[in-house]
Design a protein around this ligand. Sequence first.
Ligand SMILES: [Fe+2]
Ligand SMILES: [Fe+2]
Length: 243
Amino acid sequence: MARIDQVGDSIYRISVFAPEKRICFNQFVIDDERPALVHTGMYPMYEEVRTAVSQVLDPSRLAYVIVPHFEADECGGMGRFVAEAKQAVLVCSATGARINLLQWDYAGPVKGVQDGDVVDLGKHRLRFIETPHVHHWDSMMAFDETTRSLFPSDLFIQPGEQPPVVHENLGKDMCQWYRAAGLFAGERPVLRVVDYLATLDIQWVHPMHGGSLPSDILPGYVHALRTEPFVFDGRIFGRALPW
Ligand SMILES: [Fe+2]
Ligand SMILES: [Fe+2]
């Protein structure tokens, strides 16, 4: 069963723990005049995620489904969410629209955003940050200017089953997990974004895997990324390639 917790002003975390993967998959509902769902979970998780969303608001009210990059856990449920919410728009990066969502088996509305573009939800304002190669070509993040909350998708994650808010510094675990999984090809695009994020006065980070991080906890994770090895080292999900 998905766990539902409020983690901010009208921001709800819907979390499904996958014991076999030892990681949780979070979706975020921003309940507003024009509600948004930030990532959808994988296709097989749809019913569970939809049931949980429906406990926060009527899923047919969703105005935006935010797709931070084209990968099944970020967008596997998008087709069914937008089918139910007739006015809903998929929001992805301009690159994501160009290389994926406009070239896919999907004929609904797509909004490809560039860095600095804003979507007004009513009380909340989502500003988008293009973050190519963190960890996909089309990656972007959303920053809620109202609550100064960052939705960084797969950056600042923590492995394992985590509570809705994490107060521990699990930065080393994060880096070890990234390295074993082979999530990032290189350091430079990630550290470039980390430097930029430091200018934003972030109060909360709501990662897709793990728990949400308050601002006083974030520096430990930033430090880990700046000091620990975290990029691909020949392993993919822990399996060493033979060459
Ligand atoms: Fe991802
Ligand atoms: Fe993810």
